[in-house]
Design a binder for this molecule. Structure first.
Ligand code: 4NP
Length: 150
C-alpha cells in the first residue's frame, strides 16, 4: 500500500503527516509527502515542524520538499489532502476516475466533517499552531491506521 500526504508547500503539514503515519504503520506501507506548489522544492521541513515532531520522538528532519507529479496519481494508492483547497488542486490534476478515487481529505477520512476537515495551515503562525496541527494529525492518524490495518 502506497500513501501520499499532500499540502501546499510540503514543509509543514504533510511532512508531519508522513512522519506520524510512518511511526504508526507497518513497514510494508510506503509513505511519502508532496506539495501542490514547488516553491520549497529541495528544502527540509520548516524548523517548527521538525522541533514539534522531535518533541514526540519523530525525526522528520531528513525529508525534502517536492511538488506532486502526474506519476504520483498512478504510483500511489491513496492521496491524503490536508485541506479543501489542496484537495481541489489535486483533484484538478487527476486524469481519470481511477485517479480521482484515490484522492481524499485526510481529516474527513478520520470522521471530521465540514470546516473541521481542514488541517489549518500553520506556516504564518507560531509554535502553538504547529502543536495544534500535530495533535490533529496524530488523532486522525489513529483512526486512519485502524481502518488501514483492519
Ligand atoms: P504547508 O505550509 O502547506 O503545510 O507546507 C505552507 C508552507 C509554505 C507556504 C504556505 C504554506 N508558502 O506560502 O510558502
Amino acid at each position: 500500500m502506497k500513501i501520499l500526504a499532500v499540502c501546499l508547500g510540503n514543509i509543514c503539514r504533510s511532512p508531519l503527516a508522513e512522519g506520524i503515519l510512518k511511526s504508526k504503520l507497518p513497514e510494508s506501507f510506503i509513505i511519502d509527502s508532496a506539495g501542490t506548489i514547488a516553491l520549497h522544492e529541495g528544502e527540509h521541513p520548516d524548523k517548527r515542524a521538525i522541533s514539534t515532531a522531535a518533541k514526540y520522538g519523530l525525526d522528520i528532519s531528513k525529508q525534502r520538499s517536492r511538488p506532486i507529479l502526474p506519476k504520483d496519481f498512478v504510483e500511489f494508492d491513496v492521496i491524503y489532502c490536508m485541506d479543501l483547497s489542496v484537495f481541489e488542486t489535486v483533484i484538478s490534476m487527476a486524469k481519470n476516475e481511477d485517479q480521482r478515487r484515490k484522492i481524499v481529505l485526510y481529516l474527513e477520512e478520520a470522521g471530521f466533517t465540514g470546516d473541521q476537515a481542514d488541517v489549518p495551515d500553520p506556516y504564518w503562525g507560531n509554535l502553538s499552531d504547529f502543536e495544534n496541527v500535530y495533535q490533529l494529525l496524530d488523532e486522525a492518524a489513529d483512526s486512519i491506521v485502524a481502518k488501514l490495518v483492519s
